[in-house]
Design a protein around this ligand. Structure first.
Ligand SMILES: Nc1ncnc2c1ncn2[C@@H]1O[C@H](COP(=O)(O)OP(=O)(O)OP(=O)(O)O)[C@@H](O)[C@H]1O
Ligand SMILES: [Mg+2]
Length: 456
């Protein structure tokens, strides 16, 4: 046990170490202790105040009232001789008896500084809340993937093997073959599954915005930027997986920036000074021929090798036709329909023979379309979408030479438009995407649809 005099020495040492101004009075209102910071904040010297009644030196002081009433006060604003500060006051007890009181003061600049910091943190919370809305839940896992085709099973085997590692993955395959599905399944089967899976479609975001989407920006980085700044998808995906969909559409200058991030594991926000460390696994996907793009210098070779550590090439549906009946029955079951649908035998043959340019997505849409068109619980050839019917009717019933050139063009055009629409869907968004794919304006797409009597 320390001697009383030593204890007071300790106490003085402690209150000097505290960053706030401290003043202690006894039950008679006599000042017993003040620290250096108190004199800095209030401009009162130690000698002027120690051992004196507080109210003599500081006529407006409220601490004696706190000692008398036993009621603490918080956040009391004081302004004296041009100095502003905020005080918290509390009684000091010994064995349930009030023996004095203590004031703790913070100067206004410090309070202001804290409020600035609080505001910053609130902004950051807001940014994160906004950004979290973007994180999609992973829906697919390896266990709900359909397919027993040999070539497909090899890809699954390879994907399962590399899933738990941190290797970057490039997934290639035609549209609708399941690239997104694989990326989700890989994330789900990795130790990163507790962290975000953040998908970004490089083709859907205008290239001018893509950089700020990926890397974010600091507050006030450019004139029209959001006041609070923005958290980039890279930062959002920290410890998780960033899925760069349609990477073939990433502009060259961004490819360079991406490469730097992958090589160094650090990035900088737009308008930011600090390099930030990140730990993100990249899964990239494309339906473009990246090797060819590298040859044509439209894709950086060094980036290609970075993301191509593991390459999963998903076969198109026409190369795994043995899986078609499985897909058909699964897509009929998944509609949550109480009726058990069936397909006529020649319909199944048609579905197996068809080439499926839109792959599994097209097959799924076809089945759902046909189920809606069917009068009963059996899907007939007639219930199939126009594109598929056209593909077969053409060979069966209308040989080429009966067509005039004009008719042939008309029919080909109709087929092409229907095929694309089937893939993109017929919502306004779908039509816009279809027009883009076909290289025509939305207006001329509408024009052609009405001229060619396309009614989906
Ligand atoms: N093996 C599979 N088992 C079950 N469903 C599948 C399978 N492969 C693909 N699908 C389904 O097909 C649709 C298309 O898949 P996904 O979106 O992953 O394709 P994608 O390759 O990313 O296409 P795109 O290049 O057009 O973006 C999804 O509805 C998905 O559920
Ligand atoms: Mg996709």
């Amino acid at each position: 046990m320390l001697k009383v005099s030593d204890r007071i020495g300790w106490l003085e040492g402690i209150i000097e170490a505290v960053h706030d101004g401290i003043l202690v009075i006894d039950r008679d209102g006599i000042v017993q202790l003040v620290n250096e910071e108190y004199t800095n904040i209030t401009g009162v010297d130690k000698e002027q105040i120690i051992g004196k009644p507080l109210t003599d030196v500081r006529p407006g002081a409220q601490l004696p009232t706190v000692v008398r009433t036993g009621r603490p006060q918080e956040g009391v604003f004081r302004k004296e001789k041009g100095l502003e500060y905020v005080v918290d006051m509390a009684p000091i007890y010994d064995n349930n008896e009030i023996i004095g009181g203590v004031s703790v003061c913070k100067s206004i600049p410090e309070v202001y500084q804290l409020s600035v910091e609080l505001k910053k943190n609130k902004q950051r919370v807001n940014q994160l809340v906004n950004a979290i809305g973007r994180i999609h839940q992973v829906k697919y896992t390896f266990s709900n993937m359909i397919g027993t085709n040999q070539r497909f099973k090899k890809v699954i085997h390879q994907a399962k093997k590399i899933a738990p590692t941190d290797l970057n993955v490039l997934i290639t395959g035609e549209s609708g073959t399941g690239k997104e599905l694989f990326s989700q399944a890989i994330h789900h089967a990795s130790p990163r599954k507790a962290y975000p899976f953040v998908p970004v479609n490089c083709a859907a975001i205008p290239s001018a915005l893509l950089e700020s989407e990926l890397f974010g920006y600091e507050e006030g980085a450019f004139t029209n930027s959001k006041k609070d700044g923005k958290v980039g998808l890279f930062e959002l995906a920290n410890k998780g997986t960033l899925f760069l969909d349609e990477i073939g559409d990433m502009p060259m200058d961004l490819q360079a920036k991406l490469l730097r991030v992958l090589q160094e594991g650090t990035f900088r926000k737009i308008g930011g000074l600090k390099e930030q460390h990140i730990d993100v696994r990249i899964i990239a996907a494309t339906n473009k021929d990246l090797v060819n793009m590298v040859k044509k210098e439209r894709f950086r070779e060094d980036l290609y090798y970075r993301i191509n550590t593991v390459h999963l090439a998903i076969p198109p549906l026409r190369a795994r036709k043995d899986d078609i009946p499985k897909f058909v029955s699964s897509f009929m079951d998944n509609q949550g329909n109480s009726t058990q649908f069936q397909v006529e035998e020649d319909v199944m043959n048609t579905l197996i023979q068809y080439e499926w340019p839109g792959n599994i997505r097209e097959l799924k849409n076809t089945i759902h379309y046909a189920m809606n068109m069917a009068d009963h619980d059996v899907i007939t050839f007639d219930n199939l979408p126009e594109t598929i019917k056209l593909a077969f009717q053409h060979h069966k019933r209308t040989p080429h030479h009966h067509h005039s050139l004009e008719e042939l063009i008309r029919e080909t055009e109709k087929k092409a438009i229907v095929a694309v629409l089937q893939e993109t869907g017929v919502t306004v968004k779908g039509k816009k995407a279809a027009a883009k794919k076909l290289g025509i304006s939305l207006a001329s797409l509408y024009n052609k649809m009405s001229k060619l009597q396309i009614d989906l």
